[in-house]
Design a protein around this ligand. Structure first.
Ligand SMILES: Cc1cc2nc3c(=O)[nH]c(=O)nc-3n(C[C@H](O)[C@H](O)[C@H](O)COP(=O)(O)OP(=O)(O)OC[C@H]3O[C@@H](n4cnc5c(N)ncnc54)[C@H](O)[C@@H]3O)c2cc1C
Length: 580
C-alpha cells in the first residue's frame, strides 16, 4: 500500500543507514488520490532548533533566489580549485572509474579566458608580501595558488592550517595537482553515476553517524548529522531529477517520476533539504556583521559584497538555533567527535569515481563544513573566537559556502516546480477520465480537438514520450481498432446520396496522377544531376581521403598493427530518389 509520502511528522526509518531501505514502488497516482504535496504540513516547524517552517523558507527563497544565482555567477564565486587525483584513503581498492562524458569536468586550461585581474602580468605587479610559511605551503608549480587568497595578497589558507576548528581538511585545496574549474560551466546534473559504487560511498557517509556516546539515541547532534547528510543526498537527488537526460529524446529536463522515487516520496528527505537550508542560512546570517571586514578583490568588491548583503538581509536569526546543540561539557566531547566525523565525510569525497559528482560533492561538503565551523566555533562575544573563525575564513570556504547555499536554494525551487508538475498530473488524470467519456460518445468527439491538446499535454507529463517501440505499436493497433469502431458508430447517420459530381472527381484524380508522375520524374532527373555535380566537387576530398587511408593502412602494416583502421564509412553520402 502506498504510504502518504508528504506527511512530515512520519519518519522514514528505511532510509537510515542508507543500505536497508527498499525503493518505494512509485505508481501513477489514482484519480481518487489527493495531492500528497497538499497534505504536507508546510506551516509546521522544521524540527528541534529551527523556528521556521517550509512555507517561510519558500518565501525567503523566492525573494533571494535571483541574487544567489547572480552571485554564484560572479568571477569571485564561480572559479573553484580541487584535486580530482587525490588518493582515496578510506579503503584500499578504489579502482572504479566513470567513463561517461557526463561524469567529466571541463577544466580551465586557457589562462587568457580568466578575468584580467588574474592574468600573470597583473598579479606579478602586485606587492607580494607572502610569508615564508606561505611559500612553503604552495608548490611553485601551482599556477592557480593565487586563488587561495582573498585578493589582498594575504594567504588565509596559511592561517587556517594552524586552526583546529575546521570540519574539513584544508590541505585538500593546497595540492599542486589541483585543477581550476568554472563551476558555472559544469552544472550539477544527472551523470549516470550510480550502482554499487555510489551506494558504497553513501553507505560510508551514513556510517560516520555512529557517535561513541552512550546516550547517542537522545543526542541532538547525531540527529543533526544525519539530517545534514540526508539533506545533501536528497539535494543531489533533486538536481539529478531536475536536470535529467531523457535518453529517448536526447533532451535534458525534469523527470517527475524519478524525483518522486528518490525524494518526493520521502517527506523526511524533503524536510532535510529545508533543514540544511536553515543551517547554511544561519551561518551566513552570523557572519553578516563581519562581511565588511572580509577582503574581496577591489575590482569586484562592491558588486559581490552588495549582493551578499541583499541576500543576508532577508534572513533571520531564528531560522536555526545552534546554541541548542552543544550546551555542556558532555556535549563538548560530542562536538569534537562531530567535527572529526564530518571531516571524514569530506575525505570520502576523494573516493567518488565520477569527477563531476566528486567536484560538487567537495564543494558542498566543504560548504557544510564552513557552515558548521561558523555556527559551532564562532562565539560573537569572544574576540579570540572571532579572530579564529572570521579572520581566517579562506576563499575556498566562502566559495563553497555560497555555492552550497545556491544548490539548496535551487533544490527548493525545483521541489516547488515538481509540486506544480505533480498537481498538473493529478488534474490530467481527472481530465483523462472525462476525456475517455468524450472519446466514446459521438457528439463529444466533435469537440475532441479541444480536449486533444490537453490529452497530449497530459501524455507528456505522464512520460508517455518514453514508451518503447512495442508499446508504440500496441498503441497504434489500438488506435486503428478504435478508428474502425468509430466508423461503425457513424453508420446510423443517414448521408445524402452521391451526385454526378462524384464522377468528375475520379477524372480529376486521373489528371492529378499524371501531374504527380511528371513532378516525380523532374525531381529524379534533378537529383541525378545534383549527384553527378556533387561527385565532381567531392572528387579532390575523396581522392585525398583514399590516399590518406591507404597511407594509414600501409603505415599500420609497417608498424605491425594491420587492420587497425576501421574501414566502414562513418557518414556516407546518401542520395534519396523519389520513387513514388
Ligand atoms: C558524493 C556523490 C555525489 C553524487 N553526485 C551525483 C550527480 O551530480 N549526478 C548524478 O547523476 N549522480 C550523482 N551521484 C549518484 C547518486 O547520488 C545516486 O547514488 C545514484 O543516482 C544511484 O541512486 P540509487 O537510487 O541507486 O540510490 P542512492 O541515491 O545511491 O542511495 C542509496 C540508498 O540510500 C538511501 N537514501 C537515498 N536517498 C536518501 C536520503 N536523502 N536520505 C537518506 N537515505 C537515502 C536509500 O535507501 C537508497 O537505496 C552522486 C553520488 C555521490 C556519492
Amino acid at each position: 500500500e502506498q504510504q502518504n509520502p508528504f506527511q512530515l511528522s512520519q519518519n522514514d526509518g528505511s532510509a537510515k543507514g542508507g543500505e536497508n531501505a527498499a525503493k518505494p514502488a512509485w505508481k501513477s497516482p489514482e484519480v481518487s488520490d489527493s495531492t500528497p504535496f497538499c497534505k504536507m504540513d508546510k506551516d509546521e516547524n522544521l524540527g528541534p532548533g529551527c523556528d521556521v517552517s517550509i512555507s517561510e523558507i519558500n518565501n525567503i527563497n523566492k525573494k533571494i533566489r535571483k541574487d544567489i544565482l547572480s552571485l554564484v555567477h560572479t568571477d569571485f564565486f564561480k572559479y573553484f580549485k580541487f584535486d580530482p587525483f587525490k588518493k582515496c584513503t578510506i579503503w584500499e581498492n578504489n579502482d572504479g572509474i566513470c567513463f561517461r562524458r557526463s561524469c567529466a569536468v571541463d577544466v580551465v586550461e586557457d589562462w587568457d579566458s580568466l578575468p584580467e585581474y588574474w592574468q600573470p602580468e597583473v598579479l606579478g605587479s602586485l606587492d607580494n608580501d607572502t610569508s615564508e610559511q606561505d611559500d612553503a605551503l604552495h608548490s611553485k608549480d601551482d599556477d592557480a595558488s593565487f586563488l587561495n587568497q582573498l585578493c589582498d595578497n594575504k594567504d588565509k589558507a596559511a592561517d587556517a592550517l594552524a586552526d583546529d576548528v575546521n570540519y574539513y581538511d584544508i590541505n585538500d585545496f593546497l595540492s599542486p595537482d589541483a585543477v581550476l574549474v568554472d563551476l558555472s560551466k559544469n552544472p550539477e546534473r544527472f551523470t549516470g553515476y550510480g550502482g554499487q559504487e555510489a551506494g558504497q560511498i553513501w553507505k560510508a557517509i551514513y556510517a560516520e553517524n555512529c557517535f561513541s556516546s552512550d546516550e547517542q539515541d537522545k543526542c541532538l547532534a547525531k540527529d543533526a548529522f544525519y539530517r545534514i547528510v540526508s539533506g545533501l543526498h536528497a539535494s543531489i537527488g533533486t538536481h539529478l531529477s531536475n536536470d535529467h537526460l531523457n535518453t529517448t529524446t536526447g533532451e535534458w529536463g525534469p523527470d517527475l517520476d524519478l524525483f518522486m522515487m528518490r525524494v518526493g516520496n520521502f517527506p523526511e528527505r524533503v524536510s532535510n533539504i529545508y533543514f540544511n537550508y536553515a543551517i547554511v542560512a544561519k551561518s551566513l546570517y552570523k557572519i553578516m556583521p563581519y562581511l565588511k571586514e572580509l577582503d574581496f578583490c577591489n575590482e569586484y568588491d562592491n558588486d559581490v559584497k552588495q549582493k551578499m548583503i541583499n541576500i543576508v538581509s532577508q534572513l533571520d536569526s531564528k531560522i536555526f538555533d545552534e546554541d541548542l546543540m552543544f550546551q555542556d561539557d558532555w556535549d563538548k566531547s560530542i562536538q569534537d567527535d562531530f567535527r572529526s566525523r564530518f571531516k571524514n565525510v569530506t575525505k570520502i569525497m576523494d573516493c567518488v569515481h565520477c569527477d563531476r559528482c566528486k567536484m560538487w560533492g567537495k564543494v558542498q561538503t566543504t560548504g557544510y563544513a564552513t557552515s558548521l565551523k561558523i555556527l559551532f566555533e564562532l562565539n560573537e562575544a569572544d574576540e579570540t573566537s572571532r579572530q579564529h573563525v572570521v579572520d581566517h575564513l579562506t576563499k575556498f570556504e566562502l566559495i563553497s559556502l555560497l555555492n552550497t547555499f545556491d544548490r539548496l536554494s535551487k533544490s527548493i525551487e525545483s521541489i516547488n516546480n515538481f509540486e506544480v508538475l505533480y498537481n498538473e498530473r493529478i488534474d490530467c488524470d481527472n481530465q483523462g477520465a472525462i476525456s475517455n467519456f468524450f472519446r466514446n460518445n459521438n457528439f463529444f468527439r466533435l469537440v475532441g480537438e479541444v480536449t486533444g491538446s490537453l490529452i497530449d499535454k497530459c501524455k507528456k507529463l505522464n512520460g508517455s514520450s518514453n514508451t518503447s517501440k512495442s508499446e508504440q505499436i500496441e498503441q497504434k493497433k489500438a488506435e486503428v481498432v478504435t478508428e474502425k469502431n468509430e466508423q461503425g458508430m457513424f453508420q446510423d447517420i443517414k448521408m445524402p446520396k452521391k451526385t454526378k459530381k462524384a464522377g468528375t472527381r475520379s477524372e480529376t484524380s486521373q489528371v492529378n496522377r499524371w501531374v504527380r508522375a511528371w513532378h516525380t520524374e523532374i525531381h529524379n532527373v534533378k537529383e541525378a544531376f545534383r549527384f553527378i555535380f556533387r561527385s565532381y566537387i567531392d572528387l579532390p576530398k575523396n581522392l585525398s581521403n583514399l590516399l590518406l587511408s591507404n597511407f594509414n593502412k600501409f603505415w599500420n602494416k609497417f608498424v605491425g598493427v594491420a587492420g587497425y583502421l576501421d574501414e566502414e564509412e562513418k557518414d556516407p553520402n546518401v542520395y534519396k530518389l523519389d520513387l513514388h
